[in-house]
Design a protein around this ligand. Structure first.
Ligand SMILES: NC(=O)c1ccc[n+]([C@@H]2O[C@H](COP(=O)([O-])OP(=O)(O)OC[C@H]3O[C@@H](n4cnc5c(N)ncnc54)[C@H](O)[C@@H]3O)[C@@H](O)[C@H]2O)c1
Length: 352
């Protein structure tokens, strides 16, 4: 089991990773808790550590990330007399931690939050970093807050039931950390594909631990995304988001960013920021993990107009310039200001 203790701005966060990480919930024995859990997850192992709690099964998936649904969850807290000293647990994938985190952040201006992610993507990305969000008017994450959980419990037990496709979607984010932040992680991924694909516990614990450290170090340096550091987490995401939007969100996020990383690495190489060989390393590692490299491999129709419009409306565009993180060599990156028209030109080439 690995434990990380980190302090971010005004909050202390403990992350516990491993089999039996749930045992850390013992410290909630004398607390009042609202356990919000995906109705697709068996909550019994979590409940066995709690005494004074209400349990609330909720839907998951993008449907759950709806402002009206979030308000229903807040109403449950209100009707059950929860106050700021009490605790909320979010048990589920990234959609659950996003919506429940959002509710926890607005309820009485913030109630204690514990994330228990149950997908690999949740463990390495969505549950960490304090961004919460719900969708509004068909735009993803347009309403949201920065709000840190006090504890994140990544218990490998939940990955036992997670389908292979969901593991691969999470691996796309793990590979991202390796490519732009962590050469050691890249090397570990390069050598341990069989173990990771067979859900070997030590290997999974290692990649979740390293990814968590990578994400926390970036978030610590730029918690509110104001210093141009947190953008590194967006590697592959600018073109990835365009693919998601162009496919009417039929292409899963992990696959979209996989293709996005290939396109953005090519762009970095063409404009002279990436060392020779980076594109080969990016495509090699993604193909090892059976992730798509091209739009054709996605088997989806991409509406170029919608994709380009998503780029124009990207939250990161300022005055016709997009700040992009380009890989320079494996495990390293550089912030580059790219004119939106240049980006659109590259993206169009890549998505055709
Ligand atoms: N807040 C952030 O910083 C951040 C970062 C990345 C992604 N996200 C958000 O995360 C969401 C995606 O997260 P996700 O991929 O976990 O999606 P998800 O919550 O929809 O879960 C994916 C699928 O896995 C199922 N599932 C969950 N846990 C399971 C388990 N243990 N066993 C079997 N099935 C299980 C779910 O029912 C669902 O069908 C998106 O909404 C995205 O915007 C947020």
């Amino acid at each position: 089991m690995r434990i990380i203790n980190e302090s971010l701005c005004d909050s202390n966060i403990s992350v516990i990773i491993g089999k039996d990480a749930l045992a850390e919930l013992e410290e909630l024995k004398d607390k009042k808790v609202a356990l919000f859990y995906s109705q697709k997850i068996d909550p019994s192992k979590v409940k066995s550590h709690l005494k004074n709690f209400i349990e609330v099964p909720i839907i998951d998936g993008e449907e759950a990330k709806d402002i009206h649904y979030a308000l229903k969850l807040a109403k449950i807290l209100f009707e059950n007399g929860f106050d700021r000293g009490d605790y909320v647990i979010a048990l589920g994938g990234g959609t659950v931690t996003d919506v429940v985190g959002f509710v926890a952040s607005i309820y009485m201006r913030g109630i204690n939050l514990i994330n228990i992610p149950t997908t690999l993507l949740g463990m390495v990305d969505a549950s960490i970093g304090g961004k919460t969000g719900v969708n509004f008017e068909n735009v993803k994450n347009v309403l949201g807050t920065f709000y840190q959980p006090s504890m994140i419990i990544s218990d490998l037990l939940f990955l036992d039931t997670l389908p292979f496709e969901e593991i691969k979607k999470g691996l796309a984010e793990v590979i991202k950390y390796g490519l732009v932040l962590d050469k050691e992680l890249y090397d570990f991924l390069a050598m341990n594909k069989e173990k990771i694909f067979s859900k070997d516990e030590e290997a999974l614990e290692e990649i979740i631990y390293k990814s968590t450290l990578d994400k926390l170090s970036v978030v610590k340096a730029d918690e509110r995304e104001t210093k141009g550091i947190r953008i590194v987490l967006n590697f592959g995401h600018t073109i990835g988001h365009a693919i998601e939007a162009g496919s009417n969100f039929s292409v899963p996020h992990g696959y979209a960013i996989s293709v996005g990383m290939v396109c953005e690495a090519k762009m970095a190489e063409e404009v002279g920021y990436a060392e020779e060989g980076v594109v080969e390393d990016v495509t090699w590692i993604l193909s090892q993990y059976e992730l798509p490299l091209t739009v054709d491999a996605l088997n989806a129709k991409i509406d170029l107009e919608k994709a380009m419009s998503a780029i124009t409306k990207d939250k990161k565009v300022r005055g016709g310039i997009v700040m992009m993180p380009f890989p320079t060599r494996i495990g390293d990156w550089k912030k580059v200001d790219v004119p939106i028209e240049t980006l659109k030109g590259f993206a169009e080439q890549c998505l055709r």
